[in-house]
Design a protein around this ligand. Structure first.
Ligand code: ACO
Length: 428
């Protein structure tokens, strides 16, 4: 019979304590340490939570050694090749994919209808200075959404939760577009309900006042369906990723019973950092700094220098110790789009591929199992879609929104206790 306990022995006193092992449907078991302190008078110490599971979840699964990522049990490659981002949103927040094209379109339409902002919220953007980083505007605006929507916490009502999530997913594209236009001092473009969710986002970024789109020299409208498809896939590949720093932040803040939009606002701030979602912006800056393929070896030497805190951005991951499947999909998408006519910046593309080639053969990277992560190639595609670098992390926010919303729903429904870790005191 399988032994589902583990014994902890205190070598000073000889005391033995049995702890249950928790089984999961996939992946390693976990020691149930919830009563560790109560039973032994000792805390566990795990800064950065490298070995600690903070919750049980059914939303996504990552096998970091084999480069596998599942959303609700389905490999992301299958989802991204067959479904739109809005279908994946539906899957994440309600555990159901649309049964047919009509259901898919109905959900997309519902999001479009919810995409408008309360006029009062627009005043918030006016208060921010030109040139402010869109991530700063965005976290404030999402926090402020809670003042307009107070009807969120009927735990018994699944529709209430779903509406909270749909509203957030719908409005985030408008908020990102408004925060960007504000940051460059341009007038806001209101959503166009006749356009699909992703196309509408590009429209709000690009259109001139009174809803006129930019045109190219041939008089063609500047939203290519291929661009919509590319951005859709980028969003889908960012949609959910277990207990990463921003999702953990969202759950921790939600555990205090606060409004879910306040928790998501906190998640946006967590994502902003360069060790997390902010890396996509830094990757592009690094490619520009390297400037030429011939400078790659020198650059890699600097990255490896232990006296220099400098890192190769878009490389390495706490969980993936093999190729990040999202990075692989984004790299393939980049090559595919380039062939289909959405031209990538050849210099950036060549430098990135050379960096990868050199790094993956280098003992430093091999030993530490450092591979390209989701942020390594995404910026090259976003640049080809004429999206400014300051919007790269906000694009990540749009993609991750269904993940955060489903994690908030799961967390509140689970009745989890308030998050309250201990500390190892070293003071006076
Ligand atoms: N460049 C150079 N060395 C690196 C890199 C990198 N990108 N990443 C990790 N290392 C080295 C570390 O210096 C350390 O070396 P050491 O053992 O000799 O001290 C070792 O690899 C392990 O690194 P840690 O920092 O302990 O790994 P951790 O799991 O804490 O950090 C992280 C993961 C933050 C992603 C890290 O790899 C990193 O900083 N990468 C660059 C930033 C980045 O791309 N972030 C996006 C991650 S994906 C996402 O959040 C969406």
């Amino acid at each position: 019979m399988e032994n589902n306990t583990i014994t902890l022995i205190n070598n000073s006193t000889g005391e033995k304590f049995n702890f249950d092992l928790i089984n999961c449907t996939r992946g390693p078991k976990a020691i149930d340490f919830g009563k560790l302190f109560e039973r032994t008078g000792i805390f566990s110490y795990d800064p950065g939570y490298a070995s600690t599971a903070g919750c049980k979840s059914t939303i996504s699964y990552i096998d970091g050694n084999n480069g596998i990522l599942l959303y609700r049990g389905i490999p992301i490659q299958d989802l991204v090749s067959k479904y739109k981002f809005t279908d994946i949103c539906q899957l994440l927040i309600s555990d159901k994919l649309p049964k047919n094209d009509i259901e898919s379109k109905e959900f997309d339409l519902e999001l479009r209808q919810l995409g408008f902002l309360h006029e009062g919220l627009i005043n918030i953007f006016k208060a921010f200075p030109d040139g402010a980083h869109p991530m700063a505007n965005l976290s404030s605006a999402v926090g402020a959404l809670s003042t307009f929507y107070k009807d969120y916490v009927d735990i018994s009502d699944d529709n209430g939760y779903q509406m909270m999530a749909k509203r957030m997913i719908a409005k985030i594209t408008t908020l990102v577009a408004f925060s960007y236009r504000n940051s460059i001092g341009y007038p806001y473009i209101y959503p166009d309900i006749s356009r699909s969710y992703v196309e509408n986002f590009l429209y709000m970024l690009r259109a001139f006042p009174y809803g006129k789109l930019g045109v190219n020299i041939d008089g063609e409208v500047e939203i290519d369906p291929l661009e919509v498809e590319a951005l859709d896939k980028i969003f889908s590949l960012h949609a959910e990723h277990g207990q990463n720093a921003s999702t953990t932040t969202v759950r921790n803040v939600a555990s205090t019973g606060v409004h879910p939009y306040a928790a998501i606002s906190a998640g946006i701030n967590a994502l902003w950092g360069p060790s997390h979602g902010g890396a996509n912006e830094k990757v592009l800056n690094q490619l520009a700094e390297i400037d030429d393929v011939s400078n790659v070896p020198k650059f890699i030497d600097r990255v490896k220098d232990k006296n220099d805190p400098f890192r190769l951005m878009g490389f390495g991951h706490r969980v993936y110790k093999s190729y990040d499947p999202r990075a692989k999909a984004i790299k393939n998408l980049k090559d595919e789009l380039d062939k289909k006519g959405i031209k990538m910046n050849a210099k950036f593309s060549d430098i990135a591929e050379k960096l990868e080639e050199v790094a993956l053969k280098d003992e430093y990277f091999i030993e530490r199992k450092l591979y390209p992560n989701v942020d390594f190639y995404s910026g090259i595609i976003l640049t080809a879609l004429k999206i400014p670098v300051s919007l790269f992390t906000p694009i990540f926010v749009i993609g991750r929104m269904p993940g955060w919303c489903s994690q908030v729903i799961e967390h509140i429904k689970s009745g989890a206790r308030i998050t309250r870790p201990r500390q190892v005191y070293e003071g006076k």
